[in-house]
Design a protein around this ligand. Structure first.
Ligand code: SF4
Length: 454
């Protein structure tokens, strides 16, 4: 009964996504949104607190003053995700920094996601994501971990992206051998744009563990202080730099589309003996294969299980099996030297670019075709739309069985209760990003005002 219901939910969600791609002019033969999956990912924020203060943080200026949502509310949101998109949906457990939440809570959240058949991924800056915690979360059902590491985080002792590679290596070792997909997120801004080829090369070198490297373009949203990006930083120039880093003369992006063309681009590499090859060089075959097997579920728990599901899918269609065999032989021939050197070991690495929007310049069509949602108390909402007006959701009291739950920390800590609270009234220890900079400026101005003691 539950199985039938889930299948209906997934069908409805797929049709809804397909309709949104059609409305936005993004529905074509190689569009995966609405064909293979109903949503790429749903973000479940379990705390607004963070132990870093990124120069491009998407959180709101009141984030540190917001209490952690009650567990029951998060369980309710997990149910909403399940009801809306069905099992198999990727859910990113994020924040703030999710590992700041009590460990018992974090484990219970991951366990709840897994029990509903949802794929739980942890988005973390890694500071508190010890090996021991990752092991415990794997046991609770975590499927992926995404480490966010870049120079916007201003980590002490790491002034450049090259220096941060040491930390990336440490995180890779922490996750090595665990049954987890390991991802890395990098925010791309003027200060590290020229480092993108070096970063792409780094991820190719570590493709034995890293499965996906996501590059997110600077956006003017949230409490970050860097503002809008330079004009020369965009999807195409990012793709060029990624290509350069892989050492490939040609690398095809968006052979398979994931939502709006202006939002997401991706390329898939096969890496053997440390050298990258374009897995989608024969784009016509890849598009045909994915289109004709769109109705089949791919087991994404490990690369081998994914491969096994794809082989099974191909075997069910003789014409497709023949085309797939041709593709395998042609790919193996192209990679022959590296395959011999690597004794047949091949790793898959996806390079992804994600073009978040400025809060003041939201494109309605892209919002409509959005494939990356945040789950709010009212249901799923495009992440860009949510980022642009976070406080409308975060500062609203939540009705619970025990009465209205107030989101801001208690008045006795120096803040008036909602709705009267404003960022200007928060103590400076609760401020980050823009609001902290403004508060410090105001404090300095007062201290240096004429007539005041130094
Ligand atoms: S979150 Fe923004 S950039 Fe990403 S898919 Fe949605 S609308 Fe596009």
């Amino acid at each position: 009964m539950e199985h039938k219901q889930s299948a209906r939910v997934a069908r409805d969600a797929l049709a809804e996504m397909r309709a949104s791609q059609q409305r936005s002019g993004q529905w074509h033969a190689h569009q995966m949104a609405g064909r293979r999956w109903p949503v790429a990912c749903v973000s479940l924020e379990i705390t607004q607190r963070c132990n870093l203060d990124c120069t491009l943080c998407y959180l709101s200026e009141s984030a540190e003053a917001v209490r952690d949502f009650p567990l029951d509310e998060l369980f309710r949101r997990i149910e909403m995700i399940h009801r809306h998109y069905g099992p198999g949906t990727d859910v990113q457990v994020s924040g703030g920094e999710p590992t700041l939440r009590r460990r018992d809570d974090l484990v219970a959240i991951v366990r709840c996601l897994a029990s509903r058949g949802l794929r739980a991924s942890l988005l973390t800056n890694g500071i508190k994501a010890s090996r021991e915690l990752l092991v415990q979360l794997c046991e609770a059902g975590l499927t992926d971990v995404a480490f966010h590491v870049d120079t916007t985080q201003q980590r002490g002792g790491y002034a450049t992206e090259v220096e941060l590679n040491e930390l990336r290596r440490e995180y890779i070792e922490r996750a090595r051998g665990l049954p987890l997909g390991v991802f890395f997120n990098t925010t791309v801004h003027a200060g590290n744009f020229d480092d993108v080829p070096m970063l792409a090369a780094f991820f190719v070198t570590h493709a034995d563990v890293v499965r996906l490297a996501s590059f997110q373009l600077q956006a003017e949203t949230g409490r970050g202080v860097l503002g809008a990006r330079l004009q020369q930083i965009h999807n195409d120039s990012l793709a060029q730099r990624l290509r350069r880093g892989t050492g490939l003369p040609e690398l095809k992006f968006n052979v398979l589309a994931a939502g709006h063309h202006d939002c997401n681009r991706s390329a898939v590499l096969l890496v053997a003996d440390g050298r990258a090859h374009d897995a989608f060089a024969d784009s016509a075959f890849v598009q045909r294969f994915m289109r004709e097997t769109a109705h089949l579920r791919i087991d994404r728990d490990t690369p081998w299980r994914a491969l096994r599901s794809l082989v099974r899918a191909a075997l069910a269609r003789p014409a497709l099996t023949l085309a797939a065999l041709r593709w395998v032989v042609a790919s193996a021939w192209r990679m022959r030297r590296d395959l011999v050197a690597a004794r047949g070991r091949v790793h898959k690495l996806t390079l992804f670019s994600h073009n978040f929007m400025d809060a003041c310049h939201l494109d309605a069509q892209r919002i409509d075709a959005c494939v990356f949602m945040a789950i709010t108390q009212d249901g799923p909402l495009s992440m860009c739309a949510y980022n642009a007006r976070r406080d409308d959701f975060l500062l609203r009291p939540l009705p619970t069985a025990a009465g209205n739950w107030q989101p801001l920390r208690h008045a006795r800590e120096g803040v008036p209760t909602v709705p009267a609270a404003s960022v200007a009234s928060f103590p400076i220890k609760w401020l980050k990003g823009r609001s902290r900079a403004a508060a410090l400026r105001a404090r300095c101005a007062t201290a240096s005002a004429p007539g005041r003691a130094p």
